[in-house]
Ligand binder design. Structure first.
Ligand code: 13P
Length: 242
């Protein structure tokens, strides 16, 4: 299975989110390809209503780990499930950077998602500084180990998103990404014995999608900016069948 995950971050208004959901709904569904749209919480219900009954699935950009209680503004996994959410991004670098999300919190969210039967997409990636210091693999390895600490599951999805590539118009070479993906798969194999898909994210566009998509060990993509515009989303989805 390959995954095309659209992360619309906080880019869109309701009408735009609905329009993009229509695009995802209408996309030709390739065998062995899962399209997932991740709108902001404010639009989950509306977007869910559009994609329901189609081959596209609904994802959330985050979820809180507690099941319920006095946690003002938090959104719980059971609440998302009620709205038809089947995937949740966990530990996105913007959550880590702007909202202080630690490896420990990421681990709690991963556990909560699995416990609720929602597939987490665990986001990892090194910063520019870590990359320059030659610490890409050690940082990513530490994040993967921490996220899966105490977890024993059959199916793991990890998104490798180098922080320096997100929204930056630059990417690692396909070979460099592939090498990190291989390492992640090895870790998951050793610690979980689980099936593992590793997606690439960070400045994916129509120009580089296929290079990543068609490379072994790259099991799909997590796309931000380019998935949040109608024209580019249509082009990206059309490329999946080539
Ligand atoms: P961009 O595709 O805008 O670089 O964002 C990547 C990302 O953060 C997806 O989660």
């Amino acid at each position: 299975m390959k995954y095309f995950i659209a992360n619309w971050k906080m880019y869109l208004g309701l009408a735009e989110a609905r329009a993009l959901a229509e695009v995802a709904r209408a996309a030709h569904s390739e065998e062995n390809t899962q399209v997932v749209v991740c709108p902001s919480f404010a639009h989950i219900d509306a977007v869910g209503g559009v994609v329901r009954g189609s081959a596209a699935a609904l994802g959330a950009q985050d979820a809180y780990f507690e099941p319920s209680g006095a946690y003002t503004s938090a959104v719980g996994i059971e609440q998302l499930k009620e709205l038809g959410v089947s995937y949740v991004l966990v530990g996105h670098s913007e959550r880590r950077h702007y909202f202080g999300e630690t490896d420990d919190v990421v681990n709690k969210k991963v556990k909560a998602a699995y416990a609720a039967g929602i597939q987490p997409i665990i986001c990892v990636g090194e910063t520019e500084q870590e990359r320059s210091a030659g610490q890409t693999k050690s940082r990513v390895s530490a994040q993967v180990h921490a996220a899966l600490q105490g977890v024993s599951v059959k199916k793991v999805i990890i998104a490798y998103e180098p922080v320096w590539a997100i929204g930056a118009g630059k990417t690692p070479s396909v070979e460099d990404a592939q090498s990190v993906h291989r390492m992640i798969k090895q870790i998951v194999k050793e610690t979980q014995g689980a099936e593992c898909s590793v997606l690439y994210g960070g400045s994916v566009t129509q120009d580089n999608l296929q290079a990543f998509w068609n490379t072994p060990d790259i099991d799909g993509v997590l796309v931000g900016g380019a998935s949040a515009h109608k024209k580019t989303l249509i082009s990206l989805l059309a490329l999946l069948s080539h």
